[in-house]
Design a protein around this ligand. Structure first.
Ligand code: AMP
Length: 289
C-alpha cells in the first residue's frame, strides 16, 4: 500500500498505472471504514488491476451544526483495512490541498439534488458533486464504486460523470447491513443503548413498505402509512423524511400512484436515532427486471 497526501502525487501514481495499461478501480470514502466500504474495495479488486482508495472528510458537504468536527478519523485502522483489501494506493486528502487558496469552482447537479437529503441539507450535494469531480479528475479511474446506501449520491455521481463527459464508469454496490438489518455507516459508532436498538426499526419499516408494494399496493399515501406504522417514532427514533419516488429520476409519482415504473421505485428514509442522523432505502426494480 502506497500512501500519498497530495492530489499531484495521487495523479502521478495513477498516470503510471494507466501508462502500464493497468485498469484502475476507485473507492472514495470519508474513512472510519467498515464492511460496507470493504465490499466496495473487494468488488474493485475483482474487477480492476489496481485499486485506489481515498480518505477525505470533505468539509464542504457538511452543513453548519453537522458532525464535521467529531466525524470519526481512525486513520491507522483504516490503513489496515485498505492493506487487507489489497489496495494499491491510498490517497489521504488534506483540506488545503483539495481546496487550494482562492478556490471558487463548484459542481451543481440540479434536479436530482432537489428532493430527499438535498431538500434538508442545503449545499450538501454541491459539496459532494464538487469533491467527487475533483477526485475523479485526479485519479481518472476506469471504474468508481459507490454504495446504494447513499442512493441519491450514487445517482448524482452517475449524472455528473455523464454530463461532464468523464470517462469513468460508475458502479453502485448493494447496501451491507448489520445482523439486525441496520445499514452499516461510519455514523453508527455514535449510536448507544436505546438509540442503537431503535435504529433497527428503520430497515424493518422499509421492509414493511417494500412488502406492500410487492403485494400490489400502488397508493403512495398507503405505503407511507405502513412504513410509519412499522417505524414507530418515539423519543429514540424520529423520522426526518420518508419518500417514495421514481428510482431513476427521483421525481414523485403523478397522482400519488407508484406504478411499477420502468425506472423502479425508491423508498427512502432519513431518521434521527438519539440525535444521530441515519439514512436508508430500498429500491423495487421494474416488473420483469
Ligand atoms: P462514506 O465514507 O460514508 O462517504 O462512504 C463511502 C462509500 O461507501 C460511499 O459510496 C457509500 O455509499 C459507501 N457505503 C457506505 N456505507 C455503505 C454500506 N452499508 N453498504 C455499502 N456501501 C456503503
Amino acid at each position: 500500500l502506497r500512501i500519498v497526501r497530495t492530489a499531484a502525487e495521487a495523479a502521478l501514481r495513477c498516470d503510471r498505472y494507466r501508462a502500464a495499461a493497468l485498469s484502475i478501480g476507485f473507492v472514495p470514502t470519508m474513512g472510519a471504514l467498515h464492511a460496507g466500504h470493504a465490499s466496495l474495495l473487494a468488488r474493485a479488486r475483482r474487477e480492476c488491476d489496481r485499486v485506489v482508495a481515498s480518505i477525505f472528510v470533505n468539509p464542504t458537504q457538511f452543513g453548519p451544526g453537522e458532525d464535521l468536527a467529531r466525524y470519526p478519523r481512525p486513520v491507522d485502522a483504516d490503513l489496515e483495512v485498505l492493506r487487507g483489501a489489497g489496495v494499491a494506493l491510498a490517497y489521504l486528502g488534506e483540506e488545503r490541498d483539495v481546496y487550494p487558496e482562492g478556490f471558487q469552482t463548484w459542481v451543481e447537479v440540479e434536479r436530482l439534488t432537489a428532493p430527499l437529503c438535498g431538500a434538508v441539507r442545503p449545499g450538501h450535494f454541491r459539496g459532494v458533486a464538487t469533491v467527487v469531480t475533483q477526485l475523479l479528475s485526479i485519479v481518472r479511474p476506469h471504474r468508481a464504486y459507490f454504495g446504494a446506501k447513499d442512493y441519491q449520491q450514487a445517482r448524482v455521481v452517475e449524472r455528473l460523470a455523464r454530463d461532464l463527459h468523464l470517462s469513468t464508469e460508475i458502479r453502485t454496490c448493494p447496501t451491507v447491513r448489520e445482523a439486525d438489518g441496520l445499514a452499516m455507516s461510519s455514523r453508527n459508532a455514535y449510536l448507544e443503548g436505546e438509540a442503537r436498538r431503535a435504529a433497527a426499526r428503520i430497515p424493518i419499516a422499509l421492509e414493511a413498505a417494500r412488502t406492500l408494494v410487492l403485494r400490489g399496493e400502488t397508493a403512495v399515501a398507503r405505503i407511507l402509512e405502513a412504513l410509519r406504522e412499522a417505524f414507530r417514532p418515539g423519543p429514540d427514533l424520529e423520522l426526518e423524511y420518508a419518500e417514495i419516488l421514481r428510482a431513476d429520476t427521483l421525481e414523485g409519482f403523478e397522482g400519488g400512484s407508484a406504478r411499477r415504473s420502468p425506472g423502479g421505485i425508491l423508498i427512502a428514509v432519513a431518521a434521527r436515532a438519539g440525535g444521530t442522523r441515519l439514512i436508508d432505502n430500498v429500491v423495487i426494480p421494474p416488473e420483469g427486471a
